[in-house]
Design a binder for this molecule. Structure first.
Ligand SMILES: [Zn+2]
Length: 453
């Protein structure tokens, strides 16, 4: 154990820290799994057991906390698994994830939730936690869930994934009355989508152009469902987390405020909605088919404005891998979702290079706010005494996404051919270097996330 401890003494020197809304040069010392000091850069001697990382020219950020991923295990492991997707996440600078319940079996019982945690403790490269899904009939399971270990109840209000659609009025009512956990909602009105699907199928058949996707899963479907969820939450006093907002109109439902700890309604934006617009359907087709869909450039701009104005509090990925074969099916058979978790940070930093966001804002939305909103203790910030979850980024080391540098089990990305100016160099989880100098080290440092509620 002595050897392990020495190995984990690390001094990161001369990094530009981007943390808590500002930037400054500093040295950060790690001992074991913790940050033990954050101090002005200095030239003194370090003791022999300390590994020194010269971070001159690099940025040091808190590790990303991604509150919305689908890692496909158990049951859908031909698309991805906890080991492969958490490794890809580590390569992207992500140090913690919260995973959604639409696996097989679905995570709608405490037993299924427990089994996932056992898998992750063994297989995950990074910190983990798992949502529990709300159904028409599992309220007793939800009420027994430990609020210190479960991030939230995931609710599909009108989604088409699996059979987790909650439609019974009394079930919805009792889920919104749960006070021990927040409710995270996928809001798309199923009735509107069914009617649109039927009309488009009738007019164009099965193999319709993917550019119709935002008309079928229409903005009205999102707005109607989000409005209903907010009204319900306000009535019941529920803490509501609106997942993957996609329309300009929905940003108008949110309340501004740069202290998300006091907000009742939390808005989540996803990297693909901040990156793509509908001009990409011609080239990418079903590869950029997401629920809710990629929409107009004016929607993308409204979402970015909402991020800047603190209407949207969290940026996540909704990482949802499918095989290329599955995505190449005709429109109605091609599944929605795409792999994102290896590229989310460099995508957002690219928007910084373009002047659309700032690195401080990216750190707030991807690191600080998830920690604040979910009450994750000792993570999400670069602070003395906190867990050493850190990422070093080279802001000027251009690279291009290619098949050979994709780590997702599915082996593809809608970003192939895209050049990013920033590159993740090293990712440290609980003091362990899981990704170093642009390579996975083969080490794992999984800890279950704890929520101080
Ligand atoms: Zn999702």
């Amino acid at each position: 154990m002595m050897h392990q401890e020495k190995e984990n003494n690390t001094l990161i020197r001369n990094a530009l820290l981007i943390n808590e809304g500002s930037r400054r040069y500093a040295d950060v010392a790690i001992s074991g799994d913790r940050i033990i000091s954050v101090m002005p850069a200095f030239d003194g001697e370090t003791d022999q057991d300390t590994r020194v990382i010269d971070a001159t020219g690099l940025w040091l950020l808190p590790g990303i906390i991604d509150d919305h991923v689908h890692f496909r295990e158990p049951g859908l492991t031909h698309k991805g698994d906890i080991s492969s997707e958490s490794a890809a996440a580590a390569a992207g600078g992500v140090t913690s994830f919260m995973e959604m319940p639409n696996t097989v079996p679905q995570t709608t019982s405490l037993e299924a939730w427990h089994q996932k945690n056992i898998l992750a403790a063994e297989a995950s490269v990074i910190n983990y936690s798992f949502y529990i899904g709300g159904t028409d009939s599992n309220i007793s399971e939800l009420l027994s869930a430990d609020p210190g270990l479960v991030p939230a109840v995931k609710l599909f209000m009108g989604a088409s994934t699996g059979n987790m659609l909650v439609s019974r009025e009394e079930a919805l009512e009792s889920i919104f009355k749960i006070k021990s956990l927040p409710v995270a909602c996928h809001c798309e009105d199923e009735k509107i989508i069914r009617a649109n699907s039927a009309a488009f199928r009738e007019a164009y058949g099965d193999d319709i152009d993917p550019s119709f996707h935002p008309l079928i899963r229409s903005r009205e479907a999102c707005l109607s469902s989000s409005t209903a969820a907010i009204e319900r939450a306000r009535r019941a006093g529920t803490r509501l987390h609106l997942l993957h907002l996609s329309t300009a109109e929905e940003t108008g439902l949110l309340t501004p405020g740069n202290d998300p700890s006091v907000k009742q309604i939390i808005g989540e934006g996803c990297v693909h909605h901040l990156w793509f617009d509908d001009s990409s359907y011609a080239d990418k087709g079903n590869l950029i088919k997401w629920n809710p869909p990629i929409r107009k450039s004016t929607d993308r701009e409204a979402l970015l404005t909402a991020v800047r104005n603190n209407l949207i509090d969290i940026i996540a990925t909704d990482h949802a891998p499918h095989t290329l074969e599955e995505k190449r099916a005709p429109y109605f058979s091609a599944p929605s979702g795409g792999p994102m978790v290896q590229h989310s940070l460099v995508m957002m930093l690219e928007l910084c290079h373009r002047g659309e966001l700032t690195p401080e804002l990216v750190v707030t939305k991807m690191c600080h706010n998830p920690a604040i909103i979910f009450s994750i203790g000792e993570r999400g910030f670069i602070r003395e005494g906190y867990k050493a979850d850190l990422v070093l980024v080279d802001p000027s080391a251009p690279w291009t996404v290619r098949t050979e540098n994709i780590l997702y089990k599915c082996g593809w990305s809608p970003l192939e051919g895209t050049t990013f100016r920033s590159r993740v160099m090293t990712t440290i989880v609980n003091g362990i270097r899981v990704f170093e100098d642009g390579r996975l080290t083969g080490r794992k440092a999984p800890e279950m996330l704890r929520f101080n509620r």
